[in-house]
Ligand binder design. Structure first.
Ligand SMILES: [Ca+2]
Ligand SMILES: [Ca+2]
Length: 284
C-alpha cells in the first residue's frame, strides 16, 4: 500500500475507519487476481444458494444443505461459509477433472476448525452417494493433521496439527509432469511425485469428501466442521513466491498496521483536531 492522500473534514475517528480496512482488503484481491484464477469462490454471500465465481468465468458453485453464510472470514472485508460437519458443502463445477492427466493446476483455500473434515474432495458421484472412485484431496484428519493428495501422487502430511481454531491458508500446486507441492500458511509442507490420474471423477466440492480406506478419515463421508473461505482453482501451478504473496496479503489485514501507516494516521488525527479547533478544514 503506497502513500494515500485524503482530506479530513470531520471527526478524526471517521478518517481512520474509512482508510485502513478498505486498502488492506484490496491487497488480497489484487494478489489473487494477478494470478488469473480459473474460478474463485470468495464465499462472501450472506443469503441464497449461489456461491459466485468472482473471476467472471461463470463457474458458480452451490451452497448445499444449509451452510451458515456471512460468518467472519480469513480476509478483511469479506465473509466466509460456516460448515456444520454433518452435511453442508459447496458443490463446484468439475475441477480438477477438466485439467486432465497432464495439465498443471492449483487449488487454494482458507480453513478454520477445532475438529476436522474434508476441505476439498472429488469423486465419480455427487456427494453423499457411494462413489467407486473418490479422493479426499485435502482434509484435516481425525488427529488434526492436514493431508493433501491428488490421485495418484503420494499423500503429503503435516507434522503439526492444524485444528487450532485459527485461519490457515492451504495450497496444492500440481505440475503436469506429475509433481505436487503442498503449502501451509505460505510455507512448503512437502513435495511428492507420481502419475496423475483423474479417472472418471467429474464431481467436486468443498466441505466434504469420501474417506473409506483413507488414513485419518472417518470411514465414510467426512464433512468439514468449521469455516472455509476464498477457494480458488488456477490452470497453472502457483510458484512458492506467489503462494507466499497471497498468504501475506491476507494476514496483513488482521495485524497491526505498519509504523509508516500509523504515522500517517497520527498526522491525520492531529490535523483533524486542529481543524475542529480552528473551524477550518485541513488535509494532507
Ligand atoms: Ca470470503
Ligand atoms: Ca446442514
Amino acid at each position: 500500500m503506497g502513500p494515500r492522500t485524503f482530506r479530513c473534514w470531520g471527526a478524526a475517528a471517521a478518517c481512520v475507519v474509512a482508510v485502513a480496512p478498505l486498502a488492506m482488503a484490496a491487497t488480497y484481491v489484487q494478489e489473487v487476481s494477478a494470478d488469473t484464477p480459473d474460478a474463485w469462490w470468495r464465499l462472501g454471500e450472506t443469503s441464497g444458494t449461489t456461491a459466485s465465481d468472482a473471476t467472471g468465468n461463470g463457474e458458480n458453485g452451490t451452497y448445499t444443505n444449509g451452510p451458515s453464510l456471512g460468518v467472519p472470514g480469513a480476509v478483511a472485508g469479506d465473509t466466509a461459509a460456516g460448515l456444520d460437519g454433518i452435511d453442508d458443502y459447496v458443490a463446484i463445477p468439475n475441477f480438477p477433472y477438466r485439467y486432465g492427466n497432464t495439465g498443471s493446476f492449483t487449488v487454494e483455500a482458507w480453513f478454520q476448525t477445532t475438529t476436522g473434515g474434508v476441505i476439498f474432495g472429488y469423486q465419480n458421484t455427487p456427494a453423499f452417494a457411494i462413489p467407486g472412485e473418490y479422493v479426499p484431496a485435502l482434509y484435516v484428519d481425525t488427529a488434526g493433521l492436514l493431508r493433501g493428495k491428488f490421485w495418484n501422487l503420494p499423500q503429503i502430511i503435516t507434522t503439526a496439527a492444524v485444528n487450532d481454531g485459527v485461519w490457515h491458508h492451504v495450497v496444492i500446486a500440481v505440475s503436469g509432469a506429475g509433481q505436487q507441492t503442498m503449502y501451509l500458511d505460505g510455507a512448503v509442507v512437502g513435495t511428492s511425485s507420481g502419475t496423475l490420474d483423474r479417472l472418471s471423477m467429474t464431481y467436486a466440492q468443498f466441505g466434504t469428501g469420501y474417506t473409506a480406506a483413507w488414513q485419518g478419515g472417518n470411514g465414510g463421508w467426512y464433512s468439514f466442521n468449521g469455516a472455509i473461505d476464498e477457494a480458488a482453482f488456477y490452470g497453472h501451478a502457483l510458484s512458492s513466491s506467489r503462494v507466499q504473496a497471497h498468504y501475506l496479503a491476507a494476514t496483513a489485514g488482521v495485524e497491526v498496521p505498519e509504523p509508516r501507516v500509523l504515522g500517517l494516521l497520527a498526522i491525520v488525527v492531529a490535523g483533524a483536531a486542529a481543524a475542529v479547533r480552528g473551524r477550518t478544514p485541513t488535509g494532507r
